[in-house]
Design a protein around this ligand. Sequence first.
Ligand SMILES: [Zn+2]
Length: 350
Amino acid sequence: MRLVVQNDKSLGNGAVPVGHRRRTARRARVHGVMAVLVVAAIASGCARPGGPGTGAPPWAGGASGPTGMSGPGGGSEAAGAPPSRQPLEASSPAATANSQAKKFQSAHEARTARIAAARRWRLDSVPLTPPPPPAKKPEITTRDGFEVDGHEELGLPPVFTTVPTRDRVVFLTIDDGAEKDPTFLRMMDDLQVPYTAFLSNYLIKEDYGYFRRMQRSGVGLNNHTLHHPYLPALSYRRQQHEICGMQEVIEERYGKRPLLFRPPFGNYNRNSLRAAKSCGIEYVPLWNEEVFVDHWDYREWDRKIRPGDIVLSHFRGREDWKGTMPDMIRRFLNKVTADGYAVARLEDYL
Ligand SMILES: [Zn+2]
């Protein structure tokens, strides 16, 4: 089994934390149980509704309808039908017919644009459309083995790697902020793929504007501490400085106080969660898979993506990777689309 461990060798403290090994053994036992439960869940009603990328040619917009990333209603095949499919003699009043035709026309255009974007960025197939955000948000709880002493009693924010949902969606999260590649921003705008950023101030302060552009595209900017330290080695006060200091920076620079916090390296203790809670953090999302330019890492023994999985990646470029951010996104999208998953916005499920 290969565990996903955030390995930021180039950032801050790259040592494998002592406390981690103990938790790893605990996780291994828990994962066996989790895997059985997940298999049961899939067998009992999470069957894949037709496989994208498996039958239809990449650009044909096969049975599963790769209609891209539009908002609510965007996944409807009817909405994606070309205007010529409209009956010529509409029985409804002319005005209604006209507005319907316009709607179909714009949906058709949007779909054409998505296909063109996928081709432009050399994806294997068009990313799948996520369902509308859930009307009733799932209840987020701490994953077994990831809790700290007094977690519930103290009302500490939940630590989780997967969002409980039957939707065939995954959530892309990108950490740190070292690489500031304008091509990446263009690619994500063009493809309309949502993601969530977790930022460390020491990496973003040289160019706050880059992340402001990201925010304007609808990306949530969240907390990954001021300096990316190994938190469990710090006192409560120091941790509070790292976490709450970053809350202030994000609020001051981007006008919004984050609700999400991700501890550097995925390592935390009770004080980390207490400190995070003290300055308004409500969720601590970790990850179940990590995607790089040239490979994937999985937390689960069977190396499979589950509905609601959170996927980690990093703002990294050629200095650290054998490729660029767009190369990483290409690898990410090609796999999730081929496996039948759409990319949804994490914040929409919280
Ligand atoms: Zn990090």
